[in-house]
Structure formats: structure tokens, C-alpha cells
Design a protein. Structure first.
Length: 740
């Protein structure tokens, strides 16, 4: 085996390994000093990105089980039962650092990676979402110009990859705040369908079974990507382009079809995507789950470049690759499938009973490590936490501390805010209708939905997080992200079932950030328990910080729910002139972390009140059950910007005006963000039945107006319908394209 490294301190620094961790490595290797290949492997496997060493302590205790959960966290993706022998497979992942460095490829490969997580489980991907956070995009500053460049690059990357794969992007969210100026967030979600008894797992077992490599050739792209994603940004980070992978969606499409063909056979023991840390993480994870050993011949790995070393092969993050544990004797049959799809395929090793990873290079051993300590015994850190100093002053300030703004001015300012604007400029670049199952597409408001051809049901999904709430109250803000995603799903008539999450936070070495993270996890635990929506998969992304400035806490939540009837997917925009508009739930004048304060006064301040989960569940129950009975024409939740903005969105999307009068304590309360409220459209003949259901459930109900007319009027504010539509539909494009 090659010799221990020289200049050890420098090598450890470059690999983000501490002296304490190196002492652990020596213990694991029985006192032997590691060579450079082994150091690279430890560095990747123990990186924040792969090992979750800062977050593991707080992820323990997430609710992960329910009668409908088939597979919880720990596999490539989570799986839930959707009836009739069918299952939904879904997960959310981050590609934040790569997308900031190289927006097109960073975002594209984020989509590619999440798709592989889904079809590795045996499922065909049928729907994508994305949750994007950018910095300041308005104005002529260099920051705004660069952020607009990032928006265009990220959206292009997502669209290019997803469209080529033939997977519809059916929804998502885009938000903006200066806290993301130095570190944007790009979170990708994918969902696939599979028969419940045809799910594949990422395991390697059976002594003598073959380890096979399939997909694209390995190059040097992405070297150090997992380690790069486990560090903060500085001005020098823009030189890290070589650590960003390059994607090829056409190859991935072939890989998808080849894998799905393979899954119809019984040739495979397990299969794992080569994601972060490439061949290293896939091999160690597959063997680590079963206690098996592996021997791999790295010179047999298909190479794209000349002069590649064992280090390169183990740590490359080249895209569109899988590792397969194949049943002995089935190798040629597998080779035939992948060669038919014009993909590289090679037998590179076999399963042993040594519980060790033995790596060979032209007949000589270049690494020899016990698998379990590397894959299962990464350091679990107990980092210091401290309640952020900013919170006292932030929580003490409320809407009353600011000069009053005329309601009409406030309305026009909020309506024209880029947070509110329709994001057609984004989603029109995505194919949302491919596969012909999309029943509630981007721009339809609230959750998106697809039908399930096999059983006549529908799945609804929504990605949500309000970073302003999470900044002023990390625990309640995270809980409300779960609540909001669930409410959106319920507004489509579907029963919320489970979540996947993408927990985006700043530098965990900062005790205040670690406190935010710990509180966020507690909020998610609380909300998922109370709402009976367990966590089935997820991702943690830390070190989202540039030059010492961390992003707002951003625990993005994607909720998936089931509608028993594909013909009962509830719209969220008005349907019929003359129908009544009802407001469900009470308006309490709550402005903590509101867009009202941010847009009008430039601050993120206030506090969040105690939350009543019972009221939320009763609201869901009312909408879901009333929809089953055919009593509702549409439903939309009331959220950012309050009743006034919710009604305006419904009007703009439907092209129908409204006249509404809402009972509020103060006139500005039409913009408040009280939780557990919804707007529903009801035909005259159903008013009594809906009112009775609300009464039975103890839900406040108020008839506030009627659909129709050529203006949008709420209490004392009004604009012509055509003006509302123009502002709502065109503001975003005007902003993002202003320097083209």
C-alpha cells in the first residue's frame, strides 16, 4: 500500500479534518497512518454533508412512523402507501453551494441527483418541485444584478434537466431576502410511483456477489464536492468551480430506463446512487447497512480522463452513475441491459465477509479500512448553542412601532412585491404537463396535484417555508412551515400524510446558528406529531454562510397528501360568477414576521403567538370533507399578505373580480397573517350545509363577499381587475429581465 502522507497538517486542513478526528482515524486503523486515498475517504464520509455530525443529535426523535409509512429516513428516499398496492417515493435535497458557484450546472445536477434518489428505489419519477431562495433582485446594485443572473441560471438549469428527463415540474416556491445575498438556496424535490412490493434498497450482501458500476464514465468533476458543501463561503469560493459536477440529462434518461428495466428482473440485491462523495459514499453505505465487506478494483472503473488516480475514482462526483450489488451469475444479463441502453457497465468488485473495504489498483492494495467505523461512527458533535442576541430586540418590536401607512398604499405595495408576484417567468420554462397526469399545475395557487392512473386517486404536494417567521422564532417558524405545507395540501382536497424536509441553516460553529437549528428541529417534531404527518426522508444543509453572515433559518418542508378521487381535486381560484366567498377562521391582527412590516418598513421583526393545532386540523377536516361532498367550488389558504392578498391572487388567476367586506379590528388587519384561515367559494345552494359543518367543527365562518365584477375590492381598498392582473402576472418578469 502507498505510504502515509507528507505535510500531514496541511493535508488535514485541506480535507477539513481536525486533529481530534485524525486521532480517531489512527484508532480505527489500529495505529497505522492513513495514505492519501484513505484520508480522502474519511474526509468525505465524515464531512458535514455526508455524516450529519452537527445535526444528528437533533434529528433523533423526529416522528417517522405511521400506518401508511413503508420506508422512513435512512434510504435514498421515503416511501408511503397510497393504496391498491401502490406507493409514493419522495425526497428533497439541497444543492446550495454548487448553485451559487455555477448556477446552471449546480441546479441541473441537483435535479439529476434527486431523480436518481427516486428511481434507485425502483420508482418512476412523476413529479418535481423546487424551493428557491435568492437575495435582493430589485435595483441597479451589483448585488441585485448578480442575483438576477443567479435566478436566470438556476431556473435554466432546473428546466433543462427536468424537461430532458420527461418529468413534470408541477410546482414550488421562490422567495427573496437580502439574507441570501451571499448564499442562495436551491432545494429540489421529486416524487415517484412504484408497486409496494417492488421497492429496492441500497444494500450490499451475499459473499461472492458482484459489485457493478453502471452509468456515465468517471471524470474529475465534482472532486471534493461533499467537503466543499460542508464549509462556509468567502470571496475565494468562486474559484471552486471544479468542485461542481457537470450533468447530462440525456444519459440520466437512459440510466432511468435501464434501471427500471433491470428492476423487472431478479438480478439485483441492492442499488445505490453515487451522489455526494461518489463511489466512496455509495460503497460504504451499501456495505455498512449489512455488515458486509467489499473488495473493489478501481482500475476497472470506466474512466473519462487520462491519468486518473485511486483518489480521483473514489472521490469524483461525476453524475449519472449507480453502484449495484448483483447476484452472482447474473452479471452478463445486467451487462446486456445497460449496453442495450448505450451505458457504461463493469464488474468492479465483490462482496466479502471481512467487513472491510479493500481497494485495489492494478493488482496492488491502495486502501484497507474497516467499513462500520467509517460509515457508522462518524463523530457526533455536541456543538455549543446560544440563544441569538438579536431576538430580544426583534421580538419586542411590533406593527404598532411603525408609522401608519394608508391601506390603499399598503395594498398596492404588497401586491407589487416580488414575494407575492406570480412566478410564471419561472414555471413557464418547466414542462409541467409531460406524462399528462398534472391536474393542478404551477400558478394554480396552493398545492400542486397529479392523478394516479393506476388507482384513480390523486397526490397533492406543496413546498413551504417562511424564513421571516423562522428568523424571529426558529421553533414556531419551523413548525409553521409544516403547518403551511399541510394546509396547502388540504386546500386541494387531499389528506396530508407525510413530509420530507431540507433544513438549510448557517454555520454550525456559531452557537447562535446551532441554537436556531436545534429549535427548528423541535418545531418540526412538534408539528409533525400534532398533525400526524411523519418525516420519511430529508436533508440537512449547513454552512450556508458567506463572510460570516448566515442565511435566515430555512427549514423547507414538502408535504405529500392523498386525494381518494382524482376528480375531486379542489381548485384554489374562483370558478363561477355569483358564488359566495366565505372566510373560515378568525382574524386576530397578527403581524409578527409579516410581509406587511417587511415591505412597508424594511424590517423583519415581531413575535409569533402560540399555535392551536386543533384549530388547524379542524380547518383541514372541514375543507377535505366538504370537498368530498361536492360543496366547495374552490379553496385557498390565507397566508402572506393576509386576506387582501389571498383574494387578489384568486381574482387574478381566475380573471374574476370580487367585492368583499371583512370584519376586522383595525383596517390594516386585512393584511395580517393569522394562521388557520382559508377562503372558500360556495354556490348559493350549498351555503347552509357548509355553515353547518363549520358550526359542528367549532370554526368561525363569515360570508365576506361575492365573485364577479371588474374590480378587486376589499373593505376600503380597490383596484381594477385588469390592473391587479397586470401587476400580479408581470412584476416578476419585469424585475428579473430588467438588465437583459
Amino acid at each position: 500500500m502507498s505510504q502515509p502522507v507528507e505535510n500531514l497538517d496541511e493535508v488535514l486542513k485541506n480535507h477539513k479534518l481536525s486533529q481530534e478526528e485524525y486521532q480517531d482515524i489512527l484508532r480505527i486503523l489500529d495505529g497505522r497512518h492513513p495514505n492519501i486515498v484513505e484520508i480522502g475517504i474519511f474526509s468525505a464520509m465524515w464531512s458535514e454533508h455526508c455524516s450529519y455530525k452537527s445535526s444528528t443529535k437533533y434529528l433523533r426523535g423526529f416522528p417517522t412512523t405511521a400506518p401508511w409509512v413503508i420506508q422512513g429516513p435512512g434510504e435514498n428516499a421515503g416511501v408511503i402507501d397510497i393504496g391498491d398496492g401502490m406507493a409514493a417515493v419522495f425526497k428533497m435535497e439541497s444543492h446550495n453551494h454548487p448553485s451559487f458557484i455555477e448556477p446552471f450546472q449546480g441546479a441541473a445536477t441537483g435535479v439529476g441527483g434527486i431523480l436518481r434518489d427516486i428511481f434507485t428505489m425502483g420508482a418512476r419519477p412523476v413529479a418535481n418541485l423546487n424551493a428557491l431562495r435568492f437575495g435582493t433582485v430589485k435595483g441597479d446594485s451589483e448585488t441585485a444584478k448578480y442575483q438576477r443572473h443567479l435566478v436566470r441560471g438556476v431556473v435554466d438549469g432546473i428546466g433543462s434537466y427536468g424537461n430532458c428527463m420527461g418529468v413534470p415540474t408541477i410546482g414550488g416556491e421562490v422567495s427573496f431576502d437580502e439574507s441570501y445575498n451571499g448564499n442562495i438556496l436551491v432545494n429540489a424535490f421529486s416524487l415517484g410511483l412504484v408497486k409496494s412490493d417492488e421497492i429496492f434498497l441500497g444494500v450490499a450482501s451475499g459473499v461472492g456477489n458482484s459489485v457493478m458500476y453502471v452509468g456515465s464514465k468517471t471524470g474529475r468533476d465534482g472532486l471534493g464536492g461533499a467537503v466543499m458543501s460542508s464549509d462556509s463561503f468567502t470571496e475565494a469560493s468562486k474559484s471552486l468551480r471544479p468542485t461542481v459536477q457537470v450533468g447530462d440529462p440525456f444519459t440520466e434518461k437512459l440510466l432511468l430506463e435501464a434501471c427500471l428495466e433491470l428492476f423487472k428482473t431478479d438480478h439485483v440485491v441492492g442499488i445505490q446512487d453515487m451522489g455526494a462523495a461518489g463511489l466512496t459514499s455509495s460503497a460504504f453505505e451499501m456495505a455498512g447497512k449489512t455488515g458486509a465487506g467489499l473488495i473493489m478494483h478501481l482500475d476497472k472503473v470506466p474512466a473519462r480522463e487520462e491519468g486518473m488516480t485511486p483518489y480521483d475514482f473514489m472521490l469524483s462526483e461525476s453524475q449519472e452513475r449507480m453502484l449495484i450489488c448483483a447476484k452472482k451469475g447474473r452479471e452478463q444479463a445486467i451487462i446486456d441491459i445497460f449496453e442495450k441502453w448505450e451505458l457504461d457497465v463493469a464488474v468492479i468488485g465483490e462482496v466479502t465477509d471481512t467487513a472491510r473495504m479493500e481497494l485495489m489498483w492494478h493488482g496492488e492494495k491502495c486502501a484497507d479500512m474497516p467499513i462500520a467505523p467509517v460509515s457508522e461512527e462518524a463523530p457526533v458533535l455536541d456543538r455549543p448553542t446560544a440563544r441569538p442576541a438579536y431576538l430580544d430586540a426583534t421580538n419586542a418590536k411590533g406593527v404598532e412601532d411603525f408609522a401608519s401607512v394608508a391601506d390603499q398604499e399598503a395594498y398596492e405595495t404588497l401586491l407589487g412585491n416580488i414575494e407575492i408576484s406570480d412566478k410564471a417567468w419561472v414555471y413557464n420554462q418547466y414542462d409541467s404537463m409531460v406524462q399528462t397526469n398534472t391536474t393542478k399545475a404551477p400558478g394554480s395557487l396552493d398545492a400542486s396535484s397529479i392523478r394516479i392512473k393506476e388507482n384513480g386517486k390523486a397526490l397533492a404536494m406543496s413546498s413551504d417555508c417562511n424564513p421571516r417567521y423562522c428568523y424571529i422564532d426558529p421553533k414556531k417558524g419551523a413548525a409553521l412551515a409544516v403547518v403551511e405545507s399541510g394546509r396547502n395540501v388540504a386546500m386541494s382536497g387531499a389528506r396530508p400524510l407525510s413530509i420530507t424536509d431540507c433544513l438549510n441553516y448557517g454555520n454550525p460553529e456559531n452557537p447562535e446558528v446551532m441554537w436556531q437549528f436545534a429549535q427548528g428541529c423541535e418545531g418540526i417534531k412538534e408539528a409533525c406529531s400534532e398533525l400526524e404527518t411523519p418525516v420519511v426522508s430529508g436533508n440537512v444543509s449547513l454552512y450556508n454562510e458567506t463572510n460570516g453572515v448566515s442565511v435566515y433559518p430555512t427549514p423547507a418542508i414538502a408535504m405529500v397528501g392523498l386525494n381518494e378521487d382524482e376528480n375531486r381535486v379542489l381548485p384554489s381560484a374562483f370558478q363561477t360568477q355569483g358564488n359566495s366567498i366565505l372566510l373560515l377562521g378568525e382574524t386576530k391582527g397578527e403581524f409578527g414576521g409579516s410581509l406587511y412590516i417587511k415591505a412597508l418598513h424594511g424590517e423583519t421583526v415581531g413575535s409569533l403567538p402560540e399555535f392551536d393545532y386543533s384549530a388547524e386540523l379542524r380547518l383541514w377536516e372541514l375543507v377535505i370533507e366538504a370537498n368530498k361532498k361536492g360543496l366547495l367550488a374552490c379553496a385557498k389558504d390565507v397566508n402572506v399578505g393576509g386576506v387582501a392578498i389571498a383574494l387578489s391572487k384568486m381574482s387574478a388567476v381566475s380573471g374574476m373580480g370580487i367585492e368583499a367586506t371583512v370584519s376586522v379590528a383595525q383596517s390594516r388587519d386585512i393584511f395580517d397573517e393569522t394562521q388557520s384561515r382559508a377562503l372558500v367559494e360556495v354556490a348559493p345552494e350549498h351555503l347552509e350545509a357548509v355553515a353547518q359543518m363549520a358550526l359542528d367543527l367549532g370554526i368561525h365562518i363569515e360570508k365576506i363577499g361575492t365573485v364577479g365584477g371588474d374590480r378587486v375590492a376589499i373593505n376600503q381598498v380597490a383596484l381594477p381587475l385588469e390592473r391587479v392582473k397586470d401587476v400580479y402576472f408581470n412584476t416578476f418578469a419585469r424585475t428579473i429581465e430588467q438588465d437583459l
